[in-house]
Write a protein that binds this ligand. Structure first.
Ligand SMILES: Cc1ncc(COP(=O)(O)O)c(C=O)c1O
Length: 460
């Protein structure tokens, strides 16, 4: 019997696998995922679920695309791999970089490929430091990010990530990383009556730069919509003010488009909504719709010229074996073909508007504090008290109960800090979008009702 035909069990998994965010207690509700088609996924019992998070915010073109498998097969059979270190290259990597220069922000025309989001964060941070050193400012090394940001979990990326749950068992964090408040329209407290919430939140960046000293700050990194932190969509005047501040103090603006890239928000890239451009952008996930790992960064023409302008002895000594992997780049090209041919960016905008309209009707529920979204990326924030915006106490375990309740009703997604995140594949039909809304309408009051009962009967 070949290893692939031997039956696998969760005991074998337990014996041999460490999972992301590993803990044995998670086995109580483990599913073995077997197949997918469009917006649906099927587990080993044959049950079908709506993939409410497009895998992990990445399966933009939906599951089961033979075309992507064919692109990988063809490239593997031709040239599976050879090094793209300086002095070598390959056709799919060249074509993909050229293609991206036409799709991404106008001043971003030069790309470096990685295998995922965290490697892209590392590449952005190192490139920002390199840039300032090349310009004779070696002390500009700090990176500012936001609370509730997610930039990956390698050491520097984890240090930029603004979700403290990820830190304690891996401290110390990389020095030189600090956080400002997120521009959360629901929870940000604007103490400056003279300006809008968006401008006040952006001004936190100016305060931090001045406090640290502009000559010590290399870059500010921001997701256009904070995803894993609970889908925080900033007010429209936030990023224009951020751009102004970065320019004023010579701080590079890094757009983390790992989730927001490739159509998720209803535009190709997240800052396209605001008519501003970053100095460095990073992407992963949707570039291959998760069919094969690929990420990368794009640098502005100004940054590229600085990289190209140093003497050879000071070259950009940054590398990954799999940078420019031909098979991954070939799949990305086929994925972009699908996004364009099926107008999936426009579809994300239209489907997203329908989703948000539906979800907003849930705001009438006494435990739904806030609903927000942009394109096919939305969140419903569940609170214990709408007046104070207090969350349910941790002992209730509401986050897991919401996730389980939704899963029991056939909707797979993730809940963070009691924000139910919804980001299905961009191909999701109107009928399925409506089912997602109805599943939430049914699940939230039931789960919250049980949580309230539990609290009422728990001795103080
Ligand atoms: C905005 C953002 N940046 C970076 C990452 C890290 O990507 P990866 O898990 O591929 O390292 C993620 C992952 O969810 C992300 O959402």
């Amino acid at each position: 019997m070949s290893p692939m035909t031997t039956p696998v069990t969760l005991d074998t998994d337990k014996a041999h696998l460490l999972h992301p965010l590993h803990h044995p207690s998670a086995y109580a509700a483990t599913r073995v995922w077997v197949s997918g088609k469009g917006a649906m996924i099927t587990d080993s019992t044959g049950r079908e679920y709506i993939d409410g998070l497009a895998g992990l915010w990445n399966v933009n073109v939906g599951h089961g695309r033979q075309e992507l498998a064919d692109a990988a097969q063809k490239q593997m059979a031709t040239l599976a791999f050879h090094s793209a270190y300086a002095g070598g290259t390959n056709e799919p990597a060249i074509r993909l970089a050229e293609r991206l220069s036409g799709l991404t922000y106008p001043s971003i025309n030069t790309f470096f490929f990685t295998s995922g989001g965290a490697e892209s964060s590392e590449s952005s941070f190192k490139t920002a430091r390199f840039y300032w050193k090349a310009l004779g400012k070696p002390d500009k090394i700090k990176v500012i990010s936001r609370h509730r940001a997610y930039h990956g979990l390698t050491l520097a990326a984890m240090s930029a990530t603004g979700l403290p749950a990820f830190w304690p068992m891996f401290e110390p964090r990389t020095p030189g990383f600090l956080h400002i408040d997120a521009p959360d329209p629901y929870r940000f407290v604007n103490t400056d009556p003279g300006v809008s919430l968006g401008v006040a939140a952006a001004n936190k960046l100016e305060e931090a730069i001045l406090r640290e000293g502009p000559d010590t700050v290399a870059a500010f990194i921001a997701e256009p919509v904070q995803g894993a932190g609970g889908v925080i969509v900033p007010p429209a005047d936030y990023f224009p003010r951020i751009r102004e501040i970065c320019t004023k103090y010579d701080v590079l603006l890094i757009a983390d488009d790992v989730i927001t890239g490739f159509g998720r928000t209803g535009r190709w890239f997240g800052l396209d909504h605001y008519g501003i451009e970053p100095d460095i952008m990073q992407f992963a996930k949707g570039i291959t719709s998760g069919y094969i790992p690929l990420g990368g960064i794009g640098v502005s023409d100004t940054v590229r010229d600085v990289i190209n302008g140093v003497p050879a002895g000071k070259r950009w000594m940054h590398a990954f074996t799999y940078s420019g992997h031909p098979t991954c780049c070939a799949v990305a090209l086929a994925n972009i073909d699908i996004l364009e041919r099926e107008h999936l960016v426009e579809r994300a905008a239209a489907g997203g508007a329908r989703l948000l309209e539906g979800l907003r009707t849930l705001e009438a529920t006494d435990c739904v504090g806030h609903v927000r979204g942009q394109g096919l990326m939305a969140a419903v924030e569940v609170v214990a008290d709408k007046g104070t915006k207090a969350l349910f106490p941790a002992q209730v375990g509401l986050t897991q109960k919401l996730m389980d309740g939704l899963m029991d009703r056939g909707l797979y997604t993730r809940v963070v800090m009691d924000c139910i995140c919804i980001a299905p594949p961009l191909v999701t039909s109107d009928a399925v979008i409506d089912r997602i809304v109805e599943t939430l309408r049914e699940t939230i009051p039931t789960v919250v009702g049980a949580a309230r009962e539990q609290l009422a009967t728990t001795p103080a």
